[in-house]
Design a protein around this ligand. Structure first.
Ligand SMILES: [Fe+2]
Ligand SMILES: [Fe+2]
Length: 222
């Protein structure tokens, strides 16, 4: 039976959201090879409009990537169902961030993609099902890192409404991380541990090395 995940608190209007439940971030921190630097947090807080714009882009891209997977890998019921739910949630986040931008009087601004996702996707194997497994593992890292960064921002941001919203996001993003990881393992014939360890290093390098661009998933501000 399908569980219904769009509960009443999942409103497009972030002022209608209930107090976020506490999310245990221990598995996220264990999965990631590094924590976000204070330098990135400081830069993000000093450039909030850019971070909010990039966050909007990320939500849209998360939905788009999942939609591509839905079209490409139609054989798996589990994958179809999990991704359909994920797309619904990412699009809700997208609408919520658009609402935040509107409320702040922030106009939409084109922002190029940073190096982060590309930096992982260039290592994607080209044969199937390895390519699919790699994309799912990369998805798990992107979701886990988003979760870690929302928590880091929520801890320090001066704006209570945004802090609450970022805390609200932890619940879904940590579940997205688990879903991607579970799908990667269940759809792979081999154990994925080695591949996860490989991407853990690649991801960590992108987060801990100097980066000339500031983005939601950028490295240490150069
Ligand atoms: Fe999201
Ligand atoms: Fe997500």
């Amino acid at each position: 039976m399908l569980e219904i995940n769009a509960q009443p608190e999942d409103s497009v209007d972030i002022t209608q959201l209930r107090t976020p439940i506490k999310v245990d971030l221990t598995p996220i921190y264990a999965f990631l090879g590094s924590r976000t630097s204070q330098a990135w947090v400081n830069a993000a807080l000093n450039n909030l409009p850019l971070i909010i714009q990039d966050h909007a882009n990320c939500e849209k891209k998360a939905a788009g990537t999942a939609m591509n997977l839905i079209f490409r890998y139609e054989f798996s019921y589990d994958l179809q169902r999990k991704l359909a739910q994920l797309i619904r949630e990412e699009m809700l986040h997208y609408e919520q961030v658009l609402g935040i931008m509107n409320e702040r009087g922030q106009e939409w601004k084109y922002l190029s993609a940073g190096r982060y996702a590309k930096g992982m996707l260039k290592h994607k194997r080209t044969h199937e099902p390895a390519a699919m497994v790699d994309v799912l593992i990369i998805g798990a890292f992107i979701e886990a890192r988003s979760c870690e960064r929302f928590a880091a921002l929520a801890a320090e941001i001066d704006e209570p409404r945004l802090a609450k919203y970022y805390r609200y996001l932890l619940k879904s993003e940590s579940r997205h991380f688990e879903d991607y990881l579970m799908l990667a393992q269940s759809l792979s014939e081999d154990n994925i541990d080695e591949r996860v360890a490989f991407f853990k290093e690649v991801e960590s390098e992108l987060i801990t090395s100097p980066d000339s661009e500031l983005r939601f998933h950028s490295g240490v501000p150069a």
